[in-house]
Design a protein around this ligand. Structure first.
Ligand SMILES: Nc1ncnc2c1ncn2[C@@H]1O[C@H](COP(=O)(O)OP(=O)(O)OP(=O)(O)O)[C@@H](O)[C@H]1O
Ligand SMILES: [Mg+2]
Length: 191
C-alpha cells in the first residue's frame, strides 16, 4: 500500500515499532523499515493463532512494505475497562485462559505484565494484539506475568503469589486450575 493511500485512513495510531492505520473494520499495521524481523514474527504468530479466535483475523500481508492488514477490533482495552469499572472477574479469567493457552503452545507473548493496551474486548470477548516480540520457549510466563499484573493492579494477594510459584514450577493443569479458581474468588470481591 502506498503512503498516499494510507493517509486517507480514518485514524492513525503511532506505536513504538509501527504505525497503525484504521479504516472501517480494517487495521493496517506498517512496521518501521528496519524492523523486518518484528514484522515476520508478528506474521508468524498471528497466522499460527488464527484458528484460536482470540487474535485479529489477518486479511493480507505485504512484505515489501512490511505491512499487515488485519481485522480492526473496535472495542475497549483492558486498561480502559478497569478504569471505568466495567471489567468483571469473568472477563479477567477469560484473559487468563488465553494466557494459559499461549503457555501450553509454548508461546511467550512478552509484556503480559503490562497488558493494558494489548487486550481489547469486543462484545465481551478478549482479543490479544501485538505479537511482534513473541518467542517460542518451553516455559512461557504469560500466566505468571498476567497474574503479577493483576495482584499489583487490584492490590490482591491472598496466597496468590505462592500459587503462581507452584504453577511456574509444575506448569500442569492441576496447578493452573488451583490458581484460576482462587483468582476468580478473589477478583469477585474486588470487581
Ligand atoms: N487489530 C487491531 N484492532 C484494534 N486496534 C489495534 C489493532 N492493532 C493495533 N491497534 C491499536 O494500535 C495500537 C498500536 O498497535 P501495536 O501495539 O500493535 O503497535 P506497536 O508499534 O507494536 O506499539 P507498541 O510499541 O506500543 O507495542 C494499539 O495499542 C491499539 O490501540
Ligand atoms: Mg509492539
Amino acid at each position: 500500500m502506498v503512503e498516499e493511500e494510507l493517509e486517507k485512513f480514518e485514524k492513525k495510531i503511532r506505536g513504538k515499532h509501527s504505525t497503525v492505520y484504521v479504516l472501517g473494520d480494517r487495521a493496517v499495521k506498517v512496521f518501521k523499515r528496519d524492523l523486518s524481523y518484528n514484522f515476520w514474527k508478528e506474521v508468524a504468530f498471528l497466522s499460527y493463532l488464527q484458528p484460536r479466535g482470540f487474535v485479529p483475523k489477518i486479511y493480507t500481508i505485504q512484505p515489501s512494505s512490511l505491512s499487515i492488514t488485519m481485522e480492526y477490533i473496535d472495542g475497549e482495552n483492558i486498561g480502559e475497562l478497569a478504569k471505568s469499572g466495567e471489567l468483571s472477574a469473568k472477563m479477567v479469567i477469560d484473559c487468563l485462559d488465553v494466557c494459559r493457552t499461549l503457555d501450553t503452545l509454548m508461546i511467550q507473548k512478552e509484556e503480559m505484565s503490562r497488558p493494558e493496551k494489548h487486550i481489547i474486548f469486543r462484545n465481551g470477548r478478549p482479543y490479544f494484539i501485538d505479537f511482534e516480540r513473541s518467542v517460542i520457549t518451553p516455559k512461557p510466563a504469560n500466566v505468571t506475568q498476567f497474574t503479577g499484573y493483576l495482584i499489583k493492579k487490584f492490590k490482591i494477594e491472598s496466597g496468590l503469589t505462592d500459587m503462581v510459584k507452584e504453577y511456574k514450577k509444575r506448569f500442569d493443569e492441576a496447578s493452573y486450575s488451583e490458581l484460576r479458581s482462587n483468582l476468580m474468588r478473589v477478583l469477585r470481591s474486588v470487581l
